[in-house]
Design a binder for this molecule. Structure first.
Ligand SMILES: [Zn+2]
Ligand SMILES: [Zn+2]
Length: 282
């Protein structure tokens, strides 16, 4: 078997928040490339705690980040991630964590990307005053395993204390920040930067697995990395009335990141459950 085109190849990961240990193991396992980290201040592209609004959608932001590291190290292939935590786009009353991970390959002129969405994310927030009882909140926030941020309630652009990991530091931060808050109240919330959020770290490991697997697959036609599912063939017949539901996924469609070659993949469903049928169960 031929070696993967990225075998022993240098790939740069642009990060600010200690993500190499989360992302490297999957790439070691599936590809054997030499992935290394460059620490760059990517806060100009938006921060997690919201002092700087993210300008572009997360997928585009991740590509810009990857290129920052590629340019500054002169590496042709780069990886970067971008995550968000907030009300889920489909189920808005539940918080979800969506992690984007992209690989930019300037030699092949391709971008390979994966997304992982998880409801397993610890993200708590509360408003508090000096001396307030916080034990219930601290349990919900899984403190100190998950670190905290304290910021003023009244002025959004004020000073933040981040990465709080001890009760003493938390109490001191509440006292300090309450003095600069017009109503003397502070907001305490989860510090969702990757190095301070173990639940986010797990989701970054998951998206790294997905991306490394996809990168490991080569196009059967042009041998460029990134072969995988690009969509579905639609249209499934009802098991009962034989009418077709044109929106149901019938079979996976596999495609290349570089050329137009496609193949059909695994069959998702050959017949539709009558309970899902718009004629049998309108
Ligand atoms: Zn191809
Ligand atoms: Zn039917």
């Amino acid at each position: 078997m031929l070696a993967h085109p990225y075998f022993q190849k240098k790939i740069v990961l642009t990060t600010k928040h200690d993500k190499l240990r989360l992302i490297k193991p999957a790439f070691d396992q599936y590809i054997g490339c030499e992935i290394f980290e460059i620490n760059m201040d990517t806060d100009q592209l938006g921060t997690f705690s919201g002092e700087i609004e993210r300008m572009a959608p997360p997928h585009e932001t991740a590509i810009v980040k990857a290129r920052l590291g590629m340019n500054s190290t002169g590496t042709a292939i780069g990886i970067a991630s971008e995550g968000s935590v907030g009300p889920d786009p489909l189920i808005p009353f539940i918080n979800s964590n969506i992690e984007h991970l992209v690989l930019v390959d300037d030699e092949n002129q391709i971008i390979i990307s994966e997304v992982f969405r998880s409801f397993e994310i610890t993200a708590a927030t509360t408003t508090a005053s000096v001396g307030q009882e916080l034990s219930d909140f601290l349990i919900k926030a899984d403190f100190p395993a998950h670190r905290l941020i304290v910021r003023p309630n009244s002025n959004k652009k004020g000073e933040y204390v981040k990465g709080i990991s001890t009760l003493d530091n938390l109490i001191q931060s509440i006292e300090k920040i309450s003095k600069i808050s017009a109503d003397r109240l502070v907001i305490i919330e989860s510090d969702l930067r990757a190095m301070h959020s173990p639940s986010r770290q797990k989701n970054i490991q998951e998206v790294a697995n997905l991306l490394a697997k996809r990168v490991s697959q080569l196009c059967p036609q042009c041998q460029v990395p990134g072969w995988g599912r690009v969509g579905f063939e639609k249209g499934v017949e009802c098991a009962e009335c034989k009418e077709e539901n044109p929106n149901a996924n019938r079979q996976e469609k596999l495609g290349c990141t570089k050329c137009d070659y496609t193949q059909l993949g695994e069959v998702v469903s050959n017949s539709l459950d009558p309970a899902q049928c718009q004629f049998c169960n309108p």
